[in-house]
Design a binder for this molecule. Structure first.
Ligand code: HEM
Length: 503
């Protein structure tokens, strides 16, 4: 595959040769100079240079690591090139590490690519004071704007009405719901950031969302994983060049939207995230509280992080859940029966959730099965830690393998099938399951969980109240394909559905 990545110019050959020589020296040096008497997590024996890269499938890394965990146990080491990574597998282990040892396992690994993206600013790929202050500010602001409350419920419902109109325009003919789902989902977080929604046809909005989507796919691709191990390869990797271009264009677009808002900023009217940031900064300056964190860079990258983290995840989840409904019509029937019985034709509200146990179970089961962020986002140990009898050095990359939690054979009765009963008791009441962990856990857990759960519930129930989702004519339910497209998140394969109005 490497051949695909490089152009065979003499310059690249010289660079490659020099790079490999450097790697050999680094590898030999690191293996000779760090004799470790403490017991480190076991794992497959690494080969020089490539480590265990030949023993895993980079196209489906989470599944490969899950398989390795069956052989090496819940805490094990894999070597990606000369980079040592500790994998945490299974519900108990992931929870214990992320929750009981929240500080030790709570730093973020900032891979070369994520550094390229964020330059040490924002929320997703920062640590220390920057991360702490930006995360706290984002959480408070999202709550002030009504995350999990009525205020935002109205905004979500308004957006769903636009999506419904767009779906209706297709008059039951087959089409791909992917783009519209992404635009509608993105609009909620865009409206929170900038104070207004965008028309689905707005070319600037479309291009930003499409570029973000493409970037998320590329970020999890094998060439980019190689780039993270051997950053000097960057300029020879087309995927890296494409990503850098996407990020650069989106950064310029978002920066210009922020600049526009700054011009109209009025500290007495706080209508969006950017305003709230400016007002907070002003407040700090007025009270002479020293904080260097409320900088223009942190504003820009926090907004970019929230847009990236809050758009595709939701659009993806929505597409998966509707695809599952088309594939399993008997489950769709039961959701629609419950919706008709409990809600009838009035608008669904978030508070209806408690009276819709079957629907709630179907939503949870969809998220569990499709497992859209299979390896969370890599963590890093903030200090030396002894965990489950193993010594893990400060600064070690840690993967909390969410696949191993959401698809665990010991936690779920039928981990690989779509089975809403996982979340129902014998009387049909909804039951919470500890191993339901799609948002991860601990101090780096998803900060948009409250918002995301509300969005998923409202989008799903409104759409199922209004529409019947079926495969296109000539395609059977069995033929609808649940194989994911693997990127940084798992996305459904592009395929068409019919969206029929229910009468
Ligand atoms: C179905 C929807 C979503 C899923 C499944 C999801 C899942 C996740 C996961 C697994 C992580 C990594 C946690 C870790 O590293 O341990 C994460 C982090 C994050 N998510 Fe979400 N997310 C969703 C929606 C959202 C939304 C709507 C927002 C924005 C409002 C958001 C903002 C973030 C941020 C900022 C982080 C980084 C937190 C940090 O590093 O401190 N997510 N999410």
């Amino acid at each position: 595959m490497l051949e695909d990545l490089f152009q065979s110019t003499s310059t690249s050959n010289v660079l490659l040769g020099a790079g490999f020589a450097l790697l050999v020296v680094t590898f030999l040096y690191s293996s000779v100079s760090s004799p470790n008497k403490r017991k480190e997590p076991p794992g497959p024996r690494p080969l020089p240079l490539v480590g265990n890269l030949l023993q895993v499938d980079l196209k489906r890394l989470d599944s490969s690591l899950f398989d390795l965990s069956k052989k090496y146990g819940p805490v094990f080491t894999v070597h990606f090139g000369f980079k040592k990574v500790v994998v945490l597998a299974g519900y108990e282990t992931v929870r214990k590490a992320l929750v009981n040892h929240a500080v030790e396992f709570g730093d973020r690994e900032v891979t070369p690519l994520f550094y390229d993206f964020n330059k040490g600013h924002g929320i997703l790929f920062t640590n220390g004071n920057t991360w702490r202050e930006m995360r706290r500010f984002a959480l408070t602001t999202l709550r002030d704007f009504g995350m999990g409350k009525r205020l935002i419920e109205g905004k979500i419902i308004e957006e769903i009405q636009y999506l419904i109109k767009e779906f209706e325009r297709h008059e039951g003919k087959a089409f791909s719901i992917a783009q519209l789902s992404n635009y509608a989902s993105s609009n909620i977080i865009y409206a929170i950031m900038f104070g207004k929604r965008f028309e689905y046809k707005d070319p600037v909005f479309q291009a930003i969302v499409d570029r973000d989507h493409e970037s998320i796919l590329l970020t999890g691709s094998a060439p980019i994983m190689l780039y993270n191990l051997f950053p000097w390869l960057g300029p020879y990797i087309p995927a890296w060049r494409k990503l850098m271009k996407n990020v650069e264009i989106n950064r310029a677009e978002i920066r210009s939207k922020i600049e526009d808002l700054k011009k109209s900023w009025d500290p007495d009217v706080c209508g969006n995230f950017v305003d709230a940031f400016m007002t907070h900064r002003q407040h700090l300056e007025d009270s002479e509280i020293k904080s260097s964190q409320f900088s223009d860079d942190n504003l820009l990258y926090s907004v970019m992080n929230l847009l990236a983290a809050g758009s595709d995840t939701l659009g993806n989840t929505l597409q998966w859940s509707l695809l599952l409904m088309a594939k399993y019509p008997h489950i769709q029937n039961q959701v629609q029966e419950e919706l008709s019985r409990v809600v009838g034709s009035r608008q669904v509200r978030v508070e209806d959730r408690k009276n819709l146990p079957y629907t709630d179970a179907v939503i949870h089961e969809s998220q569990r099965l499709v497992n859209i962020v299979p390896m969370a986002i890599p963590h890093k140990t903030s200090r030396d830690v002894t965990f489950e009898g193993y010594f893990i050095k400060e600064g070690t990359t840690v993967i909390p393998l969410l696949t191993s939690v959401l698809h665990s054979e010991s936690e779920w009765e039928s981990p690989h099938t779509f089975n809403p009963s996982h979340f129902l008791d014998k009387e049909g009441k909804f039951i919470r399951r500890d191993a339901f962990m799609p948002f991860s856990a601990g101090r780096r857990a998803c900060l948009g969980e409250g918002l995301a759960r509300m969005e998923i519930f409202l989008f799903f129930t409104f759409l199922l109240q209004r529409f019947r989702f079926t495969p296109p004519p000539g395609v059977t339910e069995d033929e609808l394909d649940l194989t994911p497209v693997v990127g940084f998140t798992l996305t459904p394969l592009p395929q068409e559905l019919c969206v029929l109005i229910r009468h």
